[in-house]
Design a protein around this ligand. Structure first.
Ligand code: SF4
Ligand code: FES
Length: 229
């Protein structure tokens, strides 16, 4: 099938501001939007910049705005989008070139919640054990691939980039509710600050955007309730 791609382009070395460019490509209905972007880059305009690595929904590097919604280009099938596809860079992060955004602030916010296991106690001769119920408490938030689709779909984040954003809270949740971790209070103190969970207005954009199906808004509410308790 023929697909008309409308892509927001910006080259900081040539352009004062972003502009749209259109391309017609031929793809199979079962191809992904990523395949259509490859058709452009490989056969029509090699200067088109976008990120992708795994091409299978695992690395999280090709989140972009497709027909108005944050999606992974390597997961979304052309037949589910239609023959006219608009593609823009993620909102709320500076555009470096075309569909490539600067992720530095996003990863700094992720690191701010200390997304690693804290436990200085002696684990003894065995590993630290956990019951299936204890593991289930944070199972959903282990699925995050740090694609930033949630954070960059959040209207609060667009207006206030000091907000840590949904992805950082999801990754804090993953450790706050891990029975083996000892720094939950520390993380909740970080998220109780002005840039933390209370900025969330439960718009649910984040949950809709997550390609891993994580209940992002629910995880944020979980953390809010834990802080109140
Ligand atoms: S929670 Fe979902 S949308 Fe947000 S960064 Fe993780 S995988 Fe991406
Ligand atoms: S390229 Fe890795 S998630 Fe799409």
């Amino acid at each position: 099938m023929d697909v008309d791609l409308r892509i927001k382009r910006f080259d900081p070395e040539k352009d004062d501001k972003p502009h749209w460019e259109e391309y017609r490509v031929t793809v199979d209905e079962g191809d992904r939007v990523l395949d259509a972007l490859h058709q452009v880059r490989w056969f029509q305009d090699g200067s088109l910049a976008f990120r992708r690595s795994c091409a299978h929904g695992v690395c999280g590097s090709d989140a972009m705005v497709i027909n108005g919604a944050n999606r992974l280009a390597c997961v979304l099938l052309v037949r589910d989008v239609g023959a006219r596809i608009t593609v823009e860079p993620l909102r709320g992060l500076p555009v470096l070139k075309d569909l490539v955004v600067d992720m530095d602030a996003f990863f700094a916010q992720y690191r701010a919640v200390q997304p690693w296991l804290h436990n200085d106690t002696d684990a003894g001769a065995t590993e630290r054990l956990q019951s299936p119920e204890q593991r289930a408490r944070f199972d959903d938030t282990t699925k995050c691939i740090l694609c930033a689709a949630c954070t960059t779909s959040c209207p609060i984040y667009w207006a206030n980039d000091t907000y840590v954003g949904p992805a950082a809270i999801v990754n804090a949740h993953r450790f706050i509710f891990d029975s083996r971790d000892t720094a939950g209070d520390q993380r909740m103190e970080i998220l109780d600050a002005q840039s933390g969970v209370w900025k969330c207005r439960t718009a649910f954009n984040c949950t809709d955007a997550c390609p891993r199906g994580i209940k992002v808004t629910e995880a944020i509410q979980d953390v809010k309730r834990a802080i109140i308790r």
